[in-house]
Design a binder for this molecule. Structure first.
Ligand code: OOG
Ligand code: MG
Length: 258
């Protein structure tokens, strides 16, 4: 088992990589037996460092909720990470490519909670708690060399590769079971998927998140934002482009990369 001191040291290593935009070797190169649970503790210690710098937790992300992404990363399970206010880019705002190392962008659906949620929930209970939905873009940027981590503990400790996110305008909960999702870079469609590719249904990602968080005694306050996971593979982010996501029934979301 990882001591508190070791947990903190690994979190600081990842945090320094984030701040200095410097790739580092995988944690499991040093700690071969890093477990999934220990990796989540490293992640939370890293979030603690950000909170100490004045950031606030605004939500949670689910990752690897699509079969295509699990296959691409050769990992078999959905994972969660934390979203802070410093990671939020305004809709159609500017994102500096040079602030990242090797960022990639992916199309998602976001949910917002109207009231707090604690413990395991059914799909119906999860949906009842949702008071807003929107199209969203997540920008990933692994802290590991070449965006290669190969193992669940490595990517979990690295806050599930999360870096930035963009939300479309919130709207009242509507049918989101099987919406086409089209991501474009400038005028070129680069990824097409369906909201059904997200855990079968995006609300299932929230059910899974509550399941996973129960093990850590974490509950979600009202107003929490949930990124439910990508519907397709991610695309490299290039300066001088605009990335947009169209989901019929939801308002468009976009970001300008400079
Ligand atoms: C892990 C994060 C995956 C998603 O939406 O599936 C993720 C990664 O791809 O590095 O955010
Ligand atoms: Mg994602």
């Amino acid at each position: 088992m990882l001591s508190l001191e070791q947990t903190q040291t690994l979190a600081e290593r990842l945090d320094a990589a984030l701040l200095n935009r410097q790739e580092i070797g995988r944690l499991t190169e040093d700690v071969a037996d890093l477990s999934v649970n220990a990796a989540y503790r490293v992640m939370m210690a890293g979030i603690g460092l950000r909170l100490a710098r004045g950031e606030h937790i605004v939500g949670w992300k689910m990752g690897l909720t699509s079969a295509a992404k699990r296959q691409q990363m050769n990992l078999d399970r959905a994972i969660w990470g934390v979203l802070t206010d410093a990671m939020l880019v305004p809709n159609d705002g500017e994102l500096r490519r040079a602030d990242g190392v090797h960022p990639k962008i992916e199309p998602e659906i976001a949910l917002r909670l109207g009231h707090a949620l604690a413990g395991r929930v059914t799909r119906a209970e999860a949906w009842e708690a949702v008071d807003g939905v929107c199209a969203a873009l997540e920008v990933l940027d692994s802290r590991y060399v070449g965006f290669q981590y190969f193992s669940l503990p490595d990517v979990i400790a690295d806050n599930a590769s999360s870096w930035r996110f963009v939300l479309g305008p919130w709207q009242a909960p509507c049918e989101i079971a099987d919406l086409p999702m089209t991501m474009a870079i400038d005028a070129h469609v680069v990824q097409r998927g369906s909201s059904a590719d997200i855990s079968g249904h995006p609300i299932e990602s929230l059910v899974q998140l509550m399941d996973l968080l129960t093990d850590f005694g974490i509950s979600l306050p009202a107003d929490s934002i949930i990124l439910t996971g990508a519907a397709t593979l991610a695309e490299p982010l290039r300066a001088g482009t605009r990335v947009s996501l169209r989901v019929p029934g939801l308002a468009d979301v976009g970001v300008r990369v400079v």
